[in-house]
Ligand binder design. Structure first.
Ligand code: FE
Length: 352
């Protein structure tokens, strides 16, 4: 039987209204509208995000509180648990997004805007994370010591013809685990193991340094080819703080691997709504905004990356590297092979 009495909350509200301790509904709503906000944990740098977040606030009136976390986001979210203030995260590499997902820190969202703007291979099938910018993991080849057509595939890097000529960072780095995981998807575990073994046998030196350090080593003559993400080419070629990097960039060509086959491995930076989100709707709005035409152009250009949305113009330098065919394997599938890939790195003693 339904109770016809006035609910306790309504009585309390009337009483508080009478004493002036609460504001009438209309005023309260207006105040809430002014206080609309969203809390963001970002491993992407403030210089990159600020113009975009400012534009979002201008357009929607929603204030963005961004905490920049270069490292330790996963641990922080884990320790904060349900009390975390973060509504959404921005992270680079599918590996990091996947690890947050596997730790139960994310929640699925559905959005027709995100489904329309982001190709399915760059988002989680249930909406647990979404790619917003893309980067290809390519071969940087010496302009003078690598003949045209000599190296065209990831498989070539593991071919005996490249003995002593290859430089790459740690096999355990998140970028390389994702690359190896993509080879597990393409060629199976045995195929990927053979590739990792072959690549190790061809290394000019023990894996060390970051992506840029590999191009520096090509410039210095230590090796003829290196593996790295595309945006570093732009960062080196325009580096006014450390102009010697321009010489590193000038010494190499970018080769997009596997153009006659599965295509080049592409990774993402992306966003996800946290399981603890208290401003979920605003978090979704922000991700939708970042997937739109205007934001995509600014976001990708600022770091020499590729927009994920089709039809968005590229930075002229990024365009100068040429068009390429990307591996169409879903990143969610690749992410599921990361544990296998990591074990393979140990199995073949890649870093020793
Ligand atoms: Fe990077």
């Amino acid at each position: 039987m339904k109770c016809k009495r006035k609910p306790v909350r309504a009585i309390l509200y009337s009483a508080l209204l009478a004493t002036g301790l609460v504001l009438p509904a209309a005023v309260a709503t207006a105040t809430a509208a002014q206080a609309e906000e969203v809390n963001l944990y970002s491993s992407r740098q403030p210089f990159l995000m600020k113009p975009l977040l400012d534009a979002f606030t201008m357009e929607t009136g929603i204030k963005v509180n961004m905490v920049y976390l270069k490292k330790g986001m996963l641990e922080r979210l884990k320790s904060e648990g349900r009390n975390s203030p973060a509504d959404l995260i921005l992270a680079t590499d599918i590996g990091n997004l996947h690890n947050h997902d596997k730790a139960g820190l994310l929640q699925p969202i559905t959005s027709t805007i995100l489904s329309a703007n982001i190709p399915p291979q760059y988002r989680h099938p249930d909406g647990n994370w979404f790619g917003l910018t893309a980067r290809a993991r390519v071969i940087y080849a010496s302009k003078t010591r690598v003949k045209p057509g000599e190296v065209t595939t990831y498989e070539d890097l593991a071919d005996p013809k490249m003995k002593g000529r290859v430089c790459i960072r740690s096999g355990k780095h998140v970028y390389n685990i994702s690359l190896l995981a993509s080879i597990v998807v393409a060629r199976g575990v045995e195929g990927a193991a053979a590739w990792a073994r072959g690549l190790k046998a061809n290394l000019a030196r023990k894996p060390q340094g970051n992506d840029r350090a590999q191009v520096k080593a090509v410039y210095g003559g230590e090796c003829d080819v290196a593996v790295g993400n595309t945006y570093y080419m732009g960062k080196m070629a325009t580096n006014e703080k450390d102009p010697v990097q321009k010489l590193w960039a000038q010494s190499v060509n970018i080769i997009f691997p596997n153009q006659n086959g599965r295509g080049t491995h592409v990774n993402i930076s992306g966003a996800a709504v946290t399981a603890a989100a208290k401003n979920k709707a605003n978090a979704v709005k922000l991700i939708e905004f970042l997937s739109g035409d205007g934001a995509q152009k600014i976001y990708a250009e600022a770091n020499f990356e590729y927009p994920v949305k089709a039809g968005v113009a590229l930075h002229p330098m990024v365009a100068s590297w040429g068009t390429f065919k990307a591996d169409k394997a879903f990143l969610s599938r690749i992410a599921n092979q990361r544990v296998v890939a990591s074990k393979l790195v140990d199995q073949v003693s890649f870093n020793n």
